[in-house]
Design a protein around this ligand. Structure first.
Ligand SMILES: O=P(O)(O)OC[C@H]1O[C@H](OP(=O)(O)OP(=O)(O)O)[C@H](O)[C@@H]1O
Ligand SMILES: O=c1cc[nH]c(=O)[nH]1
Ligand SMILES: [Mg+2]
Length: 209
């Protein structure tokens, strides 16, 4: 079973309050999601492996460290995942980016894939799949299915807000995938929205409502 990590860093929790706020407009919402994504990227990379190296400083040679693990890939789930991408790339600028396009059918709540484009060296990378919302879990499960079908073997999932139903569904479907969240909310409502949540992440990011 994958682990579930809740990032309780005070800056993340503070910014999340304003992301949730119904009175926060599109510009500020987008900026806050970007900032929280950067902070979450800082936390999620905490366990990346290092190897020792040497560097010549202006004073003398010094023992130091560089990253030594697999190369990284970020996969935002379109659309809303795009809102987290730049914030992550600020800290991991050499990561390659794959895109998986999914929307939730409003009647059935089932995800429909409409796009997938991944780096060519999928099998050699460790992927972080990102989406602000983990509701029923259907979209995250489908995105990770799609990545695995194309050869990915090391995958983590990162979101802002998760419902318990989505965490359970994702953990059951992909027990090898660790889940990183900023907040675990109460439940889903009858329309599959997270309660209390933040509303429709895509619409709030892109101003489409
Ligand atoms: O866990 P689930 O029940 O699958 O719901 C979560 C999905 O719903 C939202 O996307 P949406 O379908 O609204 O598409 P959008 O990003 O294009 O707005 C959200 O960004 C997730 O991808
Ligand atoms: O609460 C929710 C659930 C799914 N997608 C969203 O954007 N918000
Ligand atoms: Mg949406």
């Amino acid at each position: 079973m994958g682990k579930v990590h809740v990032f309780d860093h005070p800056l993340i929790q503070h910014k999340l309050t304003f992301i949730r706020d119904v009175n926060t407009g599109t510009k500020e919402f987008r900026e806050l999601v970007d900032e929280v994504a950067t902070l979450m990227a800082y936390e999620i990379t905490r366990d990346l492996p290092l190897r020792k190296t040497e560097v010549e400083t202006p004073v003398q040679m010094a023992e130091s460290y560089v990253l030594a693990g697999k190369k990284l890939g970020i996969v935002p789930i379109l659309r809303a995942g795009i809102g987290m991408m730049d914030g992550i790339l600020k800290l991991i600028p050499t990561a390659k980016v794959g895109h998986i396009g999914l929307y939730r059918d409003p009647e059935t709540l089932k995800p429909i894939e409409y796009y997938a484009k991944l780096p060519s060296d999928v099998g050699e990378r460790e992927f972080i799949v990102v989406d602000p919302m983990l509701a029923t879990g259907g979209s995250a499960i489908a995105a990770i299915d799609s990545l695995k079908t194309r050869g990915a073997t090391h995958i983590r999932f990162m979101c802002l807000i998760a419902a318990p139903e989505g965490v359970k569904a994702l953990a059951d479907a992909h027990p090898d995938v660790d889940i990183y969240i900023a907040a675990l909310d109460e439940k889903l409502n009858d329309h599959g929205y997270i309660v209390p949540g933040l509303g429709d992440a895509g619409d709030r990011l892109f101003g489409t409502k």
